[in-house]
Design a protein around this ligand. Structure first.
Ligand code: SAM
Length: 224
């Protein structure tokens, strides 16, 4: 086979679909952070869902990942990530690893990512995919993320990718001065995407609009 033929074979067959996703769903809707846009052009989202769903992986919707859970809509991943305002040197806490796709985006943009997931099979699968893709700045732990990860606190950024009835108090306590916490808060069916920024002892809250997430289940979330 010629060299150009070999190159063609090695190319990611979803690269065109991924760039179209970024142009039409993310940039067109107002996401501006060039680092977030570059990360979303790079991470192969299809590898985080079952092979039977690969051809839908770049669509404008969430997809099932098993255990009644979902990988979030690409635009929502971009919106939440941009809201974290990552510069590259942060320690980030993620609650709700799910497929590990959002974890990979964070790993592209921050120094180290600590991620917590409550479903054992999802932890195993996310660990495997992230290792195969070569991410070495990610640690995933099985447990109730509403309690945070006190041994590693404080965090410059915290992202919760499941909807809670309120902001879990331990997460606010583990937010560094100047740090940003992004979380969907509301009832079981709809939530507001909220960003809380710690300024010394003060917490500044901003609302990014309505979203719909699966439930955040835990001591400081919904009951199982
Ligand atoms: N960000 C994920 C992705 O890219 O695939 C999607 C996450 S999915 C919408 C929400 C995840 O939060 C589910 O996998 C669910 O099991 C998890 N979850 C819910 N409550 C949790 C808790 N208290 N601690 C850790 N994970 C939790």
């Amino acid at each position: 086979m010629s060299l150009s033929g070999k190159r063609e074979k090695l190319r990611d067959p979803f690269e065109i679909a991924r760039n179209r996703m970024v142009d039409n769903q993310i940039v067109a809707r107002g996401i501006k952070d060039p680092r977030v846009i570059a990360a979303m052009r790079k991470v192969p989202r299809h590898l985080f869902v079952d092979e039977a769903l690969w051809d839908q992986a770049y669509g404008d919707f969430p997809l099932p990942i098993g255990e009644g859970q979902t990988i979030s809509q690409p635009y929502i991943v971009a919106l939440m990530t941009e809201a974290l305002q990552l510069q590259g040197d942060e320690k980030v806490l993620e609650i709700g690893t799910g497929s590990g796709y959002q974890t990979a985006i964070l790993a592209e943009l921050a120094r180290k990512v600590y991620s917590i997931e409550r479903v054992p099979s999802l932890v195993e699968r996310a660990r495997r995919v992230l290792a195969q893709l070569g991410y070495t700045n990610v640690v995933i732990r099985l447990g109730d993320g509403t309690k945070g990860w006190p041994e590693e606190a404080p965090f410059e950024a915290i992202i919760v990718t499941a909807g809670g009835p309120k902001i879990p108090e331990p997460l606010l306590n583990q937010l560094a001065d100047g740090g940003r916490l992004v979380i969907p808060v509301g009832d079981e069916y709809s939530q507001d995407l909220v960003r809380v920024t710690r300024v010394g002892k003060r917490l500044v809250t901003e609302n990014f609009g309505g979203v719909r997430f699966v439930k955040l289940i835990g001591d400081h979330g919904w009951r199982a």
